[in-house]
Design a protein around this ligand. Structure first.
Ligand code: ZN
Ligand code: ZN
Length: 163
C-alpha cells in the first residue's frame, strides 16, 4: 500500500521507474504525468480511476480523465500499481500501490466493489503444492474470490421484502 508514511527516496524511485517505461515508448515525463504519480502516491488501499482523479483534482492537478486512463498501463508496467481485481468494467476496475505491499489476496463484492484483503497460510501452501505437482516453481500468483458482501446481501433482502 502506498501510505502517507512514504519518504522522499521512495517518490524519487517511482519517478525513475516511470521515466524508464516512458522513455521506452519515446514519451516524456510531463507535468500531467507527474501530477498523476503524485496522486497515486497519496492513494490508500484499493482505488478506481475516478478515486484517483478526485485525489488529483484536490491536489490542484489538471490532467484529464483520458490522460489518467492512458497513464495506467505505464504505471502498471513500472510496477508502481497493480490491478486489485479482475473487473471487466473499466470504471469499476480497482488498483493498489505495489511499494511496501505485503502479499495478500482479495475477496471482491460484485455489487458494490468492496475489496477485502486476506492471507490464508493453508491456501498459500496448497498453491505451492499444485505448482510442485506440475513441476513448477511458483514465482507469484493472483487470487481473487468474488461474491456479494454482507451489506449488499442485506440490501437485496430488504428490497425483496420491500422494507
Ligand atoms: Zn457489496
Ligand atoms: Zn489489496
Amino acid at each position: 500500500m502506498l501510505g502517507s508514511g512514504r519518504n522522499k527516496d521512495f517518490a524519487m524511485d517511482t519517478e525513475k521507474r516511470l521515466q524508464k517505461v516512458l522513455s521506452r515508448r519515446n514519451l516524456r515525463m510531463t507535468t500531467e504525468r507527474q501530477e498523476i504519480l503524485e496522486a497515486v502516491s497519496r492513494m490508500q488501499n484499493h482505488f478506481t480511476v475516478s478515486d484517483l482523479i478526485r485525489q488529483l483534482k484536490s491536489n490542484g492537478g489538471t490532467a484529464g480523465r483520458s490522460t489518467v486512463y492512458r497513464a495506467i498501463p505505464h504505471l502498471i508496467e513500472a510496477k508502481i500499481i497493480r490491478r486489485a481485481s479482475m473487473s471487466c468494467s473499466k470504471e469499476e476496475q480497482r488498483y493498489e500501490g505495489i511499494n511496501s505491499l505485503h502479499h495478500h489476496d482479495h475477496l471482491t463484492c460484485e455489487m458494490c466493489g468492496e475489496i477485502v484483503e486476506f492471507e490464508d497460510k493453508e491456501i498459500e501452501r496448497l498453491q505451492r503444492q499444485v505448482a510442485q505437482k506440475y513441476g513448477y516453481r511458483l514465482t507469484r500468483h493472483f487470487l481473487e474470490l468474488r461474491g456479494i458482501c454482507k451489506k449488499c446481501q442485506d440490501k437485496i433482502i430488504e428490497e425483496a421484502v420491500g422494507v
